[in-house]
Ligand binder design. Sequence first.
Ligand code: IPM
Ligand code: MG
Length: 363
Amino acid sequence: MTTKKRILTLAGDGIGPEIMTEALKVIKIIEQKKSLKFEITEGLMGGIAIDNTGSALPKETITQLKEVDAVLLAAIGGPKWENLPQNQKPEAGLLALRKELEAFANLRPAKVFSCLADSSSLKREIIEGIDILVVRELTGGIYFGLPRGEVKNTKEKTYANTAVYSESEIRRIVVCACKEAMKRKKKLCSVDKANVLEVSQFWRDITIEIIKNDYSDLELSHMYVDNAAMQLIRNPKQFDVIVTSNLFGDIISDEASMLTGSIGLLPSASLGDGSKAGIFEPIHGSAPDIAGTGKANPIAMILSVSMLLENFGLINEAKAIEKAVELTLNNGHRTADIAQTGEKTLNTTEMGNIICRNLTDSL
Ligand code: IPM
Ligand code: MG
């Protein structure tokens, strides 16, 4: 690398700082073993930012975002801030962050580690070998649509949110999903609710046109979201890449994550057109119930570092991290969320240390 890549870390709330510590150890090893140097800055976001500055995404953090190549985010939110008005909650900061970086494409891979197939609540034969990528639209849809909030001049108190998609918003996310599918098994399933929603029918029409004109090598299917939720449990191996809107993707990706045994294992990348920093974060939340107990699984956070490095073009380093995680799991090391009854469990730091040792040995 000619110029030093810059990373902004946002550790956030709950288990966030604990798992971020493990991610930073992994980055340090990559730097040392590969003679690389990243410029790492810390920033404030989420509940901790509210406590310190009064805002979930403070101005100072917005300035920092503009000066980095990637954002590594741990987790935000918690009961302490739950009763704040909607637009002042930690979650509002996360939405503002995604919007600020125009990170419209959220890639959420759900892959089963064979040695963990028994930690899933589904049978081994249903889930073994699944490798799904959910491509979720992240900066539009009902999360951002207007009008939103209280509806005036109604007989009784009424609230609304609006599902809106423009043609360009649909195009860019579907094209992104097509590119991902081309690198994989070339199967794309677009999930919508076109039997009821006009916005979904529009999504479907545009998707068909894109595949017909530019990606005719892809096998395209469409599924209503209720059926997709059912099919993911019934026969998850039928899926390769799923592309869907913001809210459907939020739900479907949590469901897909549970197929793999634990939500504590899955990373994500939120990307724009490449002109701004991408966001790399675990798909799980801040788990305030286990914060400070050492029970958090650092794997999703560590795999988020792998996705970040891949985005920097450091493919071998990204793969090495994945391999180190896999080896650690194959060797039987477990945090509480993935341990079977009676199995010895490691705490967050111990798990991080073993992954780091395996990574060091492999580089
Ligand atoms: C996610 C989370 C967020 C979302 C919340 C915390 C705002 O559930 O990243 O999936 O709904 O997008
Ligand atoms: Mg979610």
